[in-house]
Design a protein around this ligand. Structure first.
Ligand code: PRP
Ligand code: MN
Ligand code: MG
Length: 186
């Protein structure tokens, strides 16, 4: 199939596949949390698309909070050193917290975040990540809901960025070598 965007080499997951997976994950979450209320914690900025679509696909009562963290690192890989750029607005003590991530790559961001959130005394703490790369399995993070396991290539779209660009692409795919070199859309 022809590339849907001049900077995209290969589409790994289509918009339709993402939509179907979100519905499937939402059904599992609804069943698991029946009779309870969820506090969704979205990790800015990558998780905004998953948050928007997942939250609207869920039927259980929920509220939303956001955290922004930065993993000091280069633009395409993370280092494990995490800093809070925006903290939660309210306490999560006694709440059923579901952390929402777009992707788990090395797993370092999430493993730091879970330790941090666990210390705040939530009633329960689980993770939903739409994408996961194989490397993440080597870090000890327990992820309850995973959408897609994808290869270790650098990918963009549906929240995933390259130098802050390409988050709004409705699918997930790899960049052309030319786009990587340019560092921004043409
Ligand atoms: C990306 C992604 C995850 C994290 C995964 O966020 O959205 O949050 O990296 O990497 P890891 O598993 O190797 O730690 P990023 O730090 O690029 O910030 P962003 O969400 O604002 O793009
Ligand atoms: Mn992120
Ligand atoms: Mg990023």
């Amino acid at each position: 199939a022809a590339s849907p965007h001049p900077d995209i080499d290969e589409v790994l997951v289509t918009a339709d596949e993402i939509a179907a997976k979100i519905r499937e994950l939402a059904a599992r979450v609804d069943a698991d949390y029946a009779g309870r209320e969820i506090l969704l914690v979205g990790v800015l900025k990558g998780a905004v698309m998953v948050m928007a679509d997942l939250s609207r696909a869920l039927s259980v009562p929920l509220t939303m909070e956001f955290m922004a963290v930065s993993s000091y690192g280069s633009s395409t890989s993370s280092s494990g050193v995490v800093r809070i750029l925006k903290d939660l607005d309210r306490s999560i003590e006694g709440r059923d917290v579901l952390v929402v991530e777009d992707i788990i790559d090395s797993g370092l961001t999430l493993s730091w975040l879970l330790k941090n959130l666990r210390s705040r005394g939530p009633a329960s703490l689980e993770v939903l990540a739409l994408f996961r790369k194989p490397e993440a399995i080597t870090v000890d993070v327990d992820v309850r809901y995973v959408g897609f396991d994808i290869p270790s290539a650098f990918v963009v779209g549906y929240g995933l960025d390259y130098s802050e660009y390409y988050r709004t692409l409705p699918f997930v795919g790899t960049l052309t070598p030319d786009a990587i070199e340019r560092g921004a859309p043409d």
